[in-house]
Design a protein around this ligand. Structure first.
Ligand code: F6R
Length: 264
């Protein structure tokens, strides 16, 4: 796991976007179309802003890239502005110049959610797997909506949101009661299959989860800790999110001492 501590959120976005763009361009150089795993929420917004800048400047072309959202609420009516299908359309597909036909979100309105989850897994496989998975982290250590206790080998499935997750996401809804209780989420096994994982976190409210993920034991209690087993996981965080890392100075030193070609 590579930990990169950046001074500002803008720098978090720049570094993480550079890692995502590197994976995308490498796939294109091999004659393929990149497959991106897409997180919603506040954390990746600076990544998407930077990727949109690159696309606008002609430095990156994602018009043929495929996208797979990490998760979706269950029970919101289609077109609800807080459904992740809508959030992904507004914050990712349109600003990044992606083709909406190539961007998928789990179907949280399906009558058969188990079947919808299996279809989603099959679609990821059919696309050749995810090249680079963009991730945020919940204050309780979730990635996707894999809440504490999730199987480290889980696949896309229905989950019940933890009380803390529902409380954290109340800010997107008119009241706490409106936050859905269930979701469909890529599993931890699904996320681990991505060729590269880029996780971003900002703010003191993420510091405990980041410390547990990076320096704690690998345990379902902190689902993100499974990334310790990933061979290409990059964690890009600001100083507040890094504030409970015992080895923060070492991670800073490692990154500063890298040759320029290994940095982002
Ligand atoms: C979003 C997702 C979640 C969020 C996490 C952090 O698709 O899967 O894991 O990344 O809840 O949310 P923010 O970034 O809003 O703090």
């Amino acid at each position: 796991m590579e930990v990169i501590i950046c001074d500002t959120d803008a720098e978090v976005g720049r570094v993480a976007a550079a890692a995502v763009a590197q994976s995308a361009r490498a796939k294109q150089a091999r004659g393929g179309d990149p497959v991106l795993g897409l997180a919603t929420g506040s954390s990746p917004l600076s990544i998407y802003a930077e990727l949109a800048r690159m696309v606008g400047a002609g430095e990156l072309d994602l018009s043929r890239a495929r996208g797979f959202a990490l998760d979706e609420y269950v029970g919101l009516p289609p077109g609800h502005e807080q459904s992740y299908a809508e959030v992904i359309r507004r914050t990712v597909t349109e600003p990044l110049g992606m083709d909406p036909a190539l961007v998928a979100v789990p179907d949280g309105a399906a009558s058969d959610l188990t079947e919808a989850a299996q279809r989603y897994e099959a679609a990821i496989v059919a696309a050749g797997g995810i090249d680079v998975q963009i991730l945020g982290i919940g204050g309780n250590g979730h990635i996707g909506f894999n809440e504490p206790g999730s199987s480290l080998a889980s696949r896309t499935r229905i989950k019940t949101l933890a009380p803390r997750t529902r409380a954290d996401n109340t800010r997107f809804f008119a009241s706490a009661d409106e936050v859905p209780v269930h979701c469909l989420t890529q599993g931890l096994g699904t996320i681990m299959d991505a060729r590269r994982a880029v996780l971003v976190a900002q703010g003191e409210q993420k510091a405990a989860a980041i410390a547990a993920m990076v320096e704690g034991p690998v345990a379902a209690y902190c689902p993100a800790s499974v990334l310790q087993f990933h061979n290409a996981a990059i964690v890009v965080i600001d100083p507040a999110a890094a504030s409970r890392l015992e080895l923060a100075d070492y991670y800073r030193e490692v990154y500063a001492d890298k040759p320029a070609w290994q940095r982002f």
